[in-house]
Design a protein around this ligand. Structure first.
Ligand code: NDP
Ligand code: 8X3
Length: 252
């Protein structure tokens, strides 16, 4: 029987690259995201390329009741999740704390922190029951450092950092691995979302440097997941060669 990976935020960027990587390794997939058309075409492609089974869950990780419902009503065989990739997340805006939009703050905290918690709360008990599983939380360099105007996004990723440590402690007795993957700049839809569709502003983030691509992160996640049973990688910080810290970059 194939192993199962559940990936949130699977329609774009890091989540989409993870879906492809896990499918290529023969995993069946539970994919969560809000954009149904993207999820449909992606699932078709993965089934065509790799012959895997896919369960599409069109859901918003912020919607606690619905997330609970769609996960709890999965057929029993789909609850044998081996790997959970808590990837869905976003940044909104880049403003000083006295000028930030509180709607942006809610969206980041609700998605990056509460959404991750809701999905984990539904899936972790299945892993506990089977005494096996691996939870991968996508943190960020923004969860290790704070940069100007990053305030609430950085706070949300610092929360992911703390939660990853807490989960590792709480799930230790059950033999469940918890890994935090912390990327620096990865060129995905991330900056377009941060700047609310302003593609020119988003492009400038990567001007004159070579950022990471989503597949770099998916490759690292696959490395982590494919270690022997007695090895856990707690934490990985993965930066473009051209980025030393959250703010210090080398542009040509
Ligand atoms: P993208 O914007 O390309 O992808 C984000 C994914 O999350 C999309 O598939 C989106 O799908 C999904 N998503 C967003 N909000 C929700 C929600 N409420 N419910 C369900 N799904 C949601 O960004 P990245 O791939 O770059 O980001 C993935 C993760 O990596 C995030 O947690 C981000 O913070 C983190 N990260 C990104 C870095 C970067 O530089 N790109 C660096 C460090 C960390 P849909 O819209 O269909 O719901
Ligand atoms: C995304 C990386 O540096 O834009 O988490 O915060 S950064």
């Amino acid at each position: 029987m194939a192993k199962i990976a559940l990936i949130t935020g699977a329609t774009s960027g890091i989540g989409a690259a993870c879906a492809d990587t896990f499918a290529a390794q023969g995993y069946d997939l539970i994919l969560i995201a809000r954009r149904e058309n993207l999820l449909d075409s992606q699932a078709q492609q993965l089934i065509g390329n790799y012959g895997v089974k896919i369960k599409k869950l069109i859901a918003d990780v912020r919607d606690k009741e619905n997330i609970n419902y769609v996960l709890e009503t999965l057929p029993a065989a789909w609850k044998n999740v081996n790997v959970l990739v808590n990837n869905a997340g976003l940044s909104q805006g880049l403003d000083p704390i006295d000028k930030g939009d509180t709607e942006d703050w809610d969206r980041m905290i609700d998605t990056n922190v509460k959404g991750l918690l809701y999905v984990t709360r539904a899936v972790a008990p299945w892993m506990v029951e089977r005494k096996q599983g691996h939870i991968i939380n996508i943190g960020s360099i923004a969860g290790k450092e704070v940069y100007p105007n990053g305030n609430v996004y950085c706070a949300s990723k610092h929360a992911v950092d703390a939660l990853s440590k807490g989960m590792r402690i709480d799930l230790l007795p059950h033999g469940i691995k918890v890994t935090e993957i912390n990327p620096g700049m990865v060129e995905t839809e991330f900056s377009i979302v941060r700047f609310k569709g302003d593609e020119n502003r988003a492009k400038k983030v990567y001007d004159g440097l070579e950022p990471l691509i989503a597949q770099d992160i998916a490759d690292a996640i696959w490395y982590v997941v494919s270690r022997p049973a007695h090895v856990n990688i707690n934490d990985m910080l993965i930066m473009p060669t051209a980025q030393a810290t959250g703010t210090i970059v080398k542009r040509d």
